[in-house]
Design a protein around this ligand. Structure first.
Ligand SMILES: [Zn+2]
Length: 210
Protein backbone atom coordinates (compact mmCIF):
# COMPACT_ATOMS: atom_id res chain seq x y z
CA UNK A 1 0.00 0.00 0.00
CA UNK A 2 2.69 2.45 -0.87
CA UNK A 3 0.83 4.25 -3.63
CA UNK A 4 0.77 7.95 -3.03
CA UNK A 5 -2.11 8.69 -0.73
CA UNK A 6 -1.11 12.13 0.39
CA UNK A 7 -4.31 14.10 0.71
CA UNK A 8 -4.45 17.83 0.29
CA UNK A 9 -7.41 19.68 1.69
CA UNK A 10 -7.77 21.67 -1.48
CA UNK A 11 -8.66 18.55 -3.49
CA UNK A 12 -11.54 17.73 -1.26
CA UNK A 13 -14.95 18.69 -2.58
CA UNK A 14 -16.27 19.34 0.92
CA UNK A 15 -15.37 22.42 2.87
CA UNK A 16 -14.40 23.14 6.47
CA UNK A 17 -15.26 20.45 8.98
CA UNK A 18 -15.97 17.93 6.20
CA UNK A 19 -12.39 18.23 4.96
CA UNK A 20 -11.05 17.74 8.45
CA UNK A 21 -13.18 14.63 8.92
CA UNK A 22 -12.13 13.33 5.51
CA UNK A 23 -8.47 13.70 6.46
CA UNK A 24 -8.97 11.98 9.79
CA UNK A 25 -10.77 9.03 8.19
CA UNK A 26 -8.16 8.74 5.48
CA UNK A 27 -5.20 8.80 7.81
CA UNK A 28 -6.78 6.08 9.96
CA UNK A 29 -7.43 4.13 6.75
CA UNK A 30 -3.76 4.34 5.85
CA UNK A 31 -2.74 3.15 9.31
CA UNK A 32 -5.10 0.17 9.05
CA UNK A 33 -3.86 -0.79 5.58
CA UNK A 34 -0.32 -0.73 6.93
CA UNK A 35 -1.28 -2.77 9.99
CA UNK A 36 -3.08 -5.32 7.79
CA UNK A 37 0.18 -6.10 6.05
CA UNK A 38 1.92 -6.97 9.32
CA UNK A 39 -0.70 -8.02 11.81
CA UNK A 40 -2.42 -11.27 10.93
CA UNK A 41 -3.95 -11.84 14.34
CA UNK A 42 -6.09 -8.75 14.29
CA UNK A 43 -6.98 -9.15 10.62
CA UNK A 44 -10.72 -9.55 11.17
CA UNK A 45 -11.15 -6.59 13.48
CA UNK A 46 -8.95 -4.42 11.26
CA UNK A 47 -11.00 -5.34 8.20
CA UNK A 48 -14.23 -4.62 10.06
CA UNK A 49 -12.91 -1.20 11.05
CA UNK A 50 -11.80 -0.59 7.47
CA UNK A 51 -15.34 -1.26 6.25
CA UNK A 52 -16.72 1.20 8.81
CA UNK A 53 -14.29 3.85 7.64
CA UNK A 54 -15.07 3.27 3.97
CA UNK A 55 -18.78 3.52 4.76
CA UNK A 56 -18.17 6.79 6.57
CA UNK A 57 -16.18 8.13 3.59
CA UNK A 58 -19.07 7.13 1.30
CA UNK A 59 -21.51 8.99 3.52
CA UNK A 60 -19.23 11.99 3.53
CA UNK A 61 -19.12 12.04 -0.26
CA UNK A 62 -22.86 11.51 -0.65
CA UNK A 63 -23.74 14.20 1.88
CA UNK A 64 -25.35 11.91 4.42
CA UNK A 65 -22.47 12.03 6.88
CA UNK A 66 -23.46 12.68 10.50
CA UNK A 67 -26.97 11.34 10.00
CA UNK A 68 -27.94 8.18 11.87
CA UNK A 69 -28.22 5.37 9.32
CA UNK A 70 -30.98 3.72 11.33
CA UNK A 71 -33.39 6.51 12.31
CA UNK A 72 -32.19 9.47 10.22
CA UNK A 73 -31.65 11.87 13.10
CA UNK A 74 -28.35 13.71 13.39
CA UNK A 75 -25.48 12.23 15.37
CA UNK A 76 -24.01 14.37 18.14
CA UNK A 77 -20.92 16.26 16.89
CA UNK A 78 -19.04 15.52 20.06
CA UNK A 79 -19.45 11.80 19.54
CA UNK A 80 -18.24 12.16 15.96
CA UNK A 81 -15.19 13.99 17.28
CA UNK A 82 -14.37 10.90 19.34
CA UNK A 83 -15.09 8.44 16.51
CA UNK A 84 -15.55 9.96 13.04
CA UNK A 85 -16.77 6.63 11.63
CA UNK A 86 -19.90 6.48 13.79
CA UNK A 87 -23.04 5.58 11.87
CA UNK A 88 -25.65 5.51 14.63
CA UNK A 89 -27.09 8.09 17.00
CA UNK A 90 -26.79 7.36 20.72
CA UNK A 91 -30.30 5.91 20.98
CA UNK A 92 -29.92 3.51 18.05
CA UNK A 93 -26.42 2.62 19.19
CA UNK A 94 -27.75 1.92 22.67
CA UNK A 95 -30.49 -0.32 21.30
CA UNK A 96 -28.11 -2.26 19.06
CA UNK A 97 -25.53 -2.81 21.78
CA UNK A 98 -28.16 -4.18 24.14
CA UNK A 99 -28.44 -1.23 26.46
CA UNK A 100 -31.85 -0.67 27.93
CA UNK A 101 -33.40 2.68 27.16
CA UNK A 102 -35.09 4.05 30.23
CA UNK A 103 -38.73 4.20 29.17
CA UNK A 104 -40.17 6.38 31.90
CA UNK A 105 -37.33 8.87 31.60
CA UNK A 106 -36.38 8.29 35.24
CA UNK A 107 -33.67 5.93 36.43
CA UNK A 108 -33.54 5.36 40.19
CA UNK A 109 -29.97 4.58 41.20
CA UNK A 110 -31.20 2.36 44.04
CA UNK A 111 -32.99 0.12 41.56
CA UNK A 112 -29.67 -0.67 39.84
CA UNK A 113 -26.83 -2.98 40.83
CA UNK A 114 -23.19 -2.28 41.48
CA UNK A 115 -21.21 -2.31 38.22
CA UNK A 116 -24.20 -1.53 36.05
CA UNK A 117 -23.14 0.95 33.42
CA UNK A 118 -25.16 3.98 32.47
CA UNK A 119 -24.83 6.12 29.37
CA UNK A 120 -26.24 9.60 29.79
CA UNK A 121 -26.65 11.75 26.69
CA UNK A 122 -27.07 15.41 27.51
CA UNK A 123 -27.60 18.30 25.11
CA UNK A 124 -23.88 18.99 25.11
CA UNK A 125 -22.10 15.71 25.88
CA UNK A 126 -22.20 12.01 26.49
CA UNK A 127 -21.27 10.62 29.89
CA UNK A 128 -20.28 7.03 30.59
CA UNK A 129 -20.94 6.02 34.17
CA UNK A 130 -19.95 2.87 35.99
CA UNK A 131 -22.04 2.68 39.13
CA UNK A 132 -19.98 1.40 42.07
CA UNK A 133 -22.51 1.79 44.87
CA UNK A 134 -26.22 2.27 44.05
CA UNK A 135 -26.99 3.39 47.64
CA UNK A 136 -24.57 6.30 47.83
CA UNK A 137 -24.31 7.04 44.11
CA UNK A 138 -20.57 6.45 44.12
CA UNK A 139 -19.48 5.95 40.52
CA UNK A 140 -16.75 6.28 37.95
CA UNK A 141 -17.66 8.71 35.25
CA UNK A 142 -16.11 10.13 32.14
CA UNK A 143 -17.36 12.35 29.37
CA UNK A 144 -18.03 15.97 28.63
CA UNK A 145 -15.45 18.71 28.44
CA UNK A 146 -14.05 18.27 31.92
CA UNK A 147 -14.09 14.57 32.67
CA UNK A 148 -11.70 13.41 30.00
CA UNK A 149 -10.68 10.35 31.98
CA UNK A 150 -12.70 8.20 34.39
CA UNK A 151 -13.11 10.13 37.64
CA UNK A 152 -14.68 9.09 40.89
CA UNK A 153 -17.92 10.94 41.50
CA UNK A 154 -20.94 10.93 43.78
CA UNK A 155 -24.16 11.06 41.77
CA UNK A 156 -26.57 13.18 43.77
CA UNK A 157 -29.69 13.40 41.67
CA UNK A 158 -31.42 15.42 38.98
CA UNK A 159 -32.24 19.08 39.03
CA UNK A 160 -35.35 20.15 37.15
CA UNK A 161 -38.20 22.20 38.54
CA UNK A 162 -37.49 20.25 41.73
CA UNK A 163 -34.55 18.16 42.91
CA UNK A 164 -34.97 14.40 42.58
CA UNK A 165 -32.56 12.65 44.94
CA UNK A 166 -30.78 9.55 43.61
CA UNK A 167 -32.48 9.75 40.23
CA UNK A 168 -31.27 10.36 36.69
CA UNK A 169 -34.14 12.07 34.89
CA UNK A 170 -34.54 12.94 31.22
CA UNK A 171 -35.06 16.69 30.83
CA UNK A 172 -33.22 17.51 34.09
CA UNK A 173 -29.57 18.29 34.82
CA UNK A 174 -27.53 15.62 36.52
CA UNK A 175 -25.89 16.85 39.71
CA UNK A 176 -22.80 15.12 41.02
CA UNK A 177 -19.81 15.76 43.21
CA UNK A 178 -16.38 15.38 41.64
CA UNK A 179 -13.31 16.23 43.72
CA UNK A 180 -15.52 17.89 46.33
CA UNK A 181 -17.00 20.25 43.80
CA UNK A 182 -20.55 20.34 42.49
CA UNK A 183 -20.86 19.46 38.84
CA UNK A 184 -24.05 20.08 36.89
CA UNK A 185 -24.52 18.72 33.36
CA UNK A 186 -26.61 20.26 30.61
CA UNK A 187 -30.17 18.85 30.38
CA UNK A 188 -30.36 15.09 29.86
CA UNK A 189 -31.68 13.83 26.52
CA UNK A 190 -31.58 10.10 27.14
CA UNK A 191 -30.42 7.52 29.67
CA UNK A 192 -29.35 3.98 28.83
CA UNK A 193 -28.57 1.30 31.38
CA UNK A 194 -26.59 -1.87 30.86
CA UNK A 195 -26.85 -4.46 33.61
CA UNK A 196 -23.63 -6.23 34.46
CA UNK A 197 -23.09 -9.19 36.71
CA UNK A 198 -21.51 -8.27 40.03
CA UNK A 199 -18.69 -10.74 39.52
CA UNK A 200 -16.86 -9.12 36.66
CA UNK A 201 -13.13 -8.67 36.82
CA UNK A 202 -11.47 -5.30 37.03
CA UNK A 203 -10.52 -5.66 33.38
CA UNK A 204 -14.13 -6.11 32.34
CA UNK A 205 -15.10 -3.14 34.42
CA UNK A 206 -12.71 -0.83 32.68
CA UNK A 207 -13.89 -2.21 29.32
CA UNK A 208 -17.48 -1.48 30.29
CA UNK A 209 -16.63 2.16 30.57
CA UNK A 210 -15.69 2.46 26.93
ZN1 LIG B 1 -30.69 6.76 15.32
Amino acid sequence: MSENRTIHLIEIPIGGKGGYTWNRLHSEREDICEALLKDDERKESLQARLRKIDDALDRLMSGSYGICSSCGRSIDDRRLDIDPALELCIDCWGRESGLELSSSGDVMLESLNAFDSIVVQTYRSVYHILLLDPKTGRALIDGGEYLTEPSEALLKGSLGSEFKVGTISVGCRLEMWVDERVFLTSPIKSVHVKHNSALESVQDISAALH
